[in-house]
Write a protein that binds this ligand. Sequence first.
Ligand SMILES: C[S@@+](CC[C@H](N)C(=O)[O-])C[C@H]1O[C@@H](n2cnc3c(N)ncnc32)[C@H](O)[C@@H]1O
Length: 486
Amino acid sequence: MLQLFETPIKKDNPAGRPMGKAALGQYMTSSNIAAFMASLFPKAHDGFHLLDAGAGEGSLTCAFLDALRSSDSPFPSGEVSLFEFDAAMVQKLEENTANTFRALSVERHICHTDFIEHATMLVLRKQRPFTHAILNPPYKKINSGSLHRALLRDVGIEAVNLYTAFVALAVALLQPRGTLVAIIPRSFCNGPYYKPFREFILRHTAIRHIHLFTSRTDAFKADKVLQENVIIKLERDAEQADICISTSTNGDMNDYSIASYHVTDIIRPGDPEKFIHIPDAQDAAEPLSLANSPLASLGIEVSTGPVVDFRLKEYLRGMPQDDDVPLLYSGHFNGKAEWPKAGFKKPNAIARCPETMKWLYPNGYYVIVRRLSSKEEKRRIVAYLVDPAYFPDAPFLGFENHLNVFHCRKEGLDKDVAQGLALYLNSSFVDTLFRRFNGHTQVNATDLRALPYPSLKDLAALGVWAKGQKELTQEAMERHLEHVLA
Ligand SMILES: C[S@@+](CC[C@H](N)C(=O)[O-])C[C@H]1O[C@@H](n2cnc3c(N)ncnc32)[C@H](O)[C@@H]1O
């Protein structure tokens, strides 16, 4: 059966819609942020038809009209279509916007309907009525079997989340050279699920400006939304040129800074994943010019740990016996490696038998990175060297699925290269690069593949240097990296 939403539909809701702030994604834009978003539009001399999809109480539309009113040019003629499906919200919307619309003689269409259902219908009819779009869309996952997913697919849009669906539909409904400004989570910048969305916006629009809120908590302060948010400005059917990147800690915009970047700094040429890198205008990382090799060119691969423990339950062992081999979890690596770990909540070992062999790697030198970094950790990427000396009697190793493992065709790496790679991955340089395209705490293998790496020779030299250090401090490591790779 097709499902419209993920959340249960409450019986006391006559329209059959899910209720509640979270279910509807009702996180309102503050007036400061709304004014900033409105300021990003070019002047609308020739009239306008603004789309506000998921309009809530109408604060984005009001900010847009305010910006037009306070410009020195005469107020252009125009109309606004506001989509909102929550009845209570529609009432507020009507009240909040009535006076402004009347005073400015702007036509107002309040569409009390589901934007996705309505917009997909317009796209099928090949209509593109809007010159401007301003959005703070809801952001909830779209289920793969839902009606929304099916409607979107009918118009060629693959979306896993309501926010990408709203933005893609708004882009589809924009006239040539129409402009969209939206505040959305940053998660679309990387990750395989958002690749169709990235491809869609890069095919149909030019990215003009990205504003990054560097604090994860502050953009929607009152609502406690834990996301890194961006404001993105796109121009429909336009040539891509340099991109403005601005940052501020939060919506107060007190520490606003802006710089212009060549498009290749933001989207690396030839990157099949089309990751969007957002340099933080306040970060001071200078490029390490000798770290410029794609991982694949080094013959090194990175994969998620192949042992999915709940699928191999019967082969898991608390402590190793007989033919069992180590099963490594991130909990075995806290500051230093510790295996087997007494009192460990997870198994320390896995049986070595025909059923498990295809999930095991031969004992050797590997580098592992946790797939989920904790909020307390200073760096997003925390890498550990797996040294075969930790497991002298083990012919094989099991890497659990919450780890990323650097390997060489499912075998270990050269000793020095592995040590150098762990050192490189733990540098603040890598951390800064990583944060440019990844705004959350997840570290996927695709993300690690997207980083540039030093050559094998340089990695091995780093490894040899690290071995020669009596005490390896972060500071000494950073200084050395800069010295040899800058
Ligand atoms: C994040 S809020 C933003 C509200 C307003 N634009 C603002 O910036 O303050 C998103 C709004 O979209 C509405 N909404 C959620 N799903 C919708 C849908 N499928 N169609 C129309 N509106 C929807 C919610 O009720 C909510 O008011």
